[in-house]
Design a protein around this ligand. Structure first.
Ligand SMILES: [Zn+2]
Length: 464
């Protein structure tokens, strides 16, 4: 019963979103101004955190407001939420007991934020807000077309995080109705096992991280993986042109990008139409339509100064217009985004993201015990190291040595335990385990943009 109610709410939300996609620029901008004013009014009335954080600034424009970081979201969780009956302890208890589609306090769907900074937190959505999140996941069909006409009840495989509190799992369990047959695999599983299960399942839709799509394309090219999907959906990270080429070499032009995070659902989806460059030449690549009816995106440099279209920012400041339960106003996301200088040729007035830099450079390759090499997805290291109490970390593959560069209090963690976990995880993947060296550093090495690269290989980054 509750699944059907959720589906109905999602379909109604989707209808509303579809209508909004025909808006003109002035309509989009008027909606953003009104929705932002409503969000701020609600936050100032009901969130003890924003009452202090924006004190004296409530009449200032968005660009004058302070930045909300991941660690603030974590440290002030209970005060940011606009419902006084929610606190960190009870939310954590709920998440730890989570098995399926349960709602917290019979009302909220709880998601976790990705733990890439070690400060993961929760994001809550009430019924209407969650319906909007679900609808945002289905919004791509307007831009890239549906495959339902080609395939009835397409079989889907998701290679992602299998944790029940992860957003993709929450989406699946809250709308699970037997309508779509889904195989869920964990990205951290040994690649041999993922390949074997995909071969047995033969998915028509494959949804995964972009970097994992690259690993699977290599498996297909080697002949170990033998699947013929009709569509590959890359989410969480974005498919770069180099990765897209690898995927297209084996499966043809079937991959597309969906960009989002648990902080808001889907932010943008790829559009089928090529866009014109500022010199009037038709672009080779395709852009992603940013859902400006749901979000305000500010592309900024590392000092939070606006970066114009055509240039990569160091991060994005995200304002989620539809979440009043847990207002996110100028929330810092570490994605490097470049906005297009020209609108899309399809006629949709939503701004176009030209590119988002992915994580494929973080895929490390190790020698296999049975010959050849094995690719290891970055999530494997994020999962192990983010679960410790160290403040920052970096994994550097330096020839046959794997260096774990850690920052923080050396006494808070057991060094040998971490080494053992990394070692046993790599061994499970049938890898000839490298020598692992722990190095304590005062600060992680930063790239030119000031951003810490978490996973590096000296082969790919010879300057190191
Ligand atoms: Zn378009």
């Amino acid at each position: 019963m509750s699944t059907y109610r959720t589906l109905l709410e999602m379909l109604l939300a989707l209808r509303r979103l579809r209508h909004q996609e025909s808006w003109t620029r002035p309509q989009i901008e008027a909606h953003q101004r009104a929705a932002l004013a409503k969000l701020r009014f609600h936050a100032y009335a009901h969130s003890p955190f924003y009452q202090k954080f924006h004190a004296g600034l409530t009449d200032q424009p968005l660009g004058e407001l302070p930045i909300l970081t991941k660690s603030m979201l974590h440290d002030h969780f209970g005060e940011i939420i606009t419902d006084p009956s929610v606190d960190l302890t009870t939310t954590t208890d709920h998440v730890q007991a989570l098995r399926g589609a349960e709602r917290f306090l019979d009302k909220y769907i709880v998601n976790t934020t990705s733990g890439t900074t070690g400060n993961s937190s929760y994001i809550l959505y009430d019924r209407a807000e969650w319906a909007t999140v679900l609808a945002s996941f289905s919004r791509y069909e307007r831009h890239i077309g549906s495959i339902r006409g080609m395939v009835r009840r397409p079989k889907m495989a998701i290679v992602g995080s299998s944790a029940p509190w992860h957003m993709s799992a929450r989406v699946e369990t809250t709308v699970r109705s037997g309508v779509l047959p889904i195989l869920r695999l964990d990205v951290g599983d040994p690649i041999d096992s993922i390949v074997q299960k995909l071969n047995a399942w033969q998915p028509q839709i494959l949804a995964t991280y972009a970097s994992m799509a690259g690993i699977l394309a290599d498996e297909q090219a080697s002949g170990r993986l033998q699947i013929t999907p009709k569509r590959i959906v890359c989410s969480a990270e974005v498919l770069s042109s180099a990765l897209r080429q690898r995927v297209e070499m084996v499966w043809g032009n079937i991959a597309f990008n969906q960009f989002g995070a648990s902080e808001g659902g889907t932010f943008a989806v790829e559009c089928d139409a090529p866009y014109r460059l500022s010199n009037g030449v038709e672009g080779q690549s395709r852009g992603l339509h940013l859902f400006e009816d749901l979000f305000i995106f500010e592309v900024v440099d590392h000092q939070n100064r606006p970066v114009p279209p055509g240039h990569y920012g160091d991060k994005v400041l995200l304002t989620v217009l539809f979440n009043h339960t847990q207002p996110l106003i100028r929330y810092e996301l570490s994605d490097r985004v470049r906005m297009a200088t020209m609108p899309c040729s399809c006629g949709c007035a939503f701004a176009l993201i030209d590119d988002v830099q992915g994580r494929e450079e973080e895929v490390l390759h190790f020698p296999s015990r049975s010959g050849g090499t094995i690719a290891v997805h970055p999530m494997v290291f994020y999962r192990i190291l983010d679960a410790t109490s160290i403040s920052s970390w970096q994994v550097v593959q330096d020839g046959s040595i794997l260096r774990l560069r850690l920052t923080g209090d050396a006494h808070t963690i057991q060094e040998q335990r971490i080494v053992n976990i990394v070692q046993s995880t790599l061994k499970q993947q049938n890898i000839v385990c490298p020598a692992i060296v722990v190095e304590w550093v005062s600060e992680a090495e930063r790239g030119l943009t000031g951003k810490v690269a978490r996973i590096l290989s000296t082969r790919k980054n010879p300057v190191l």
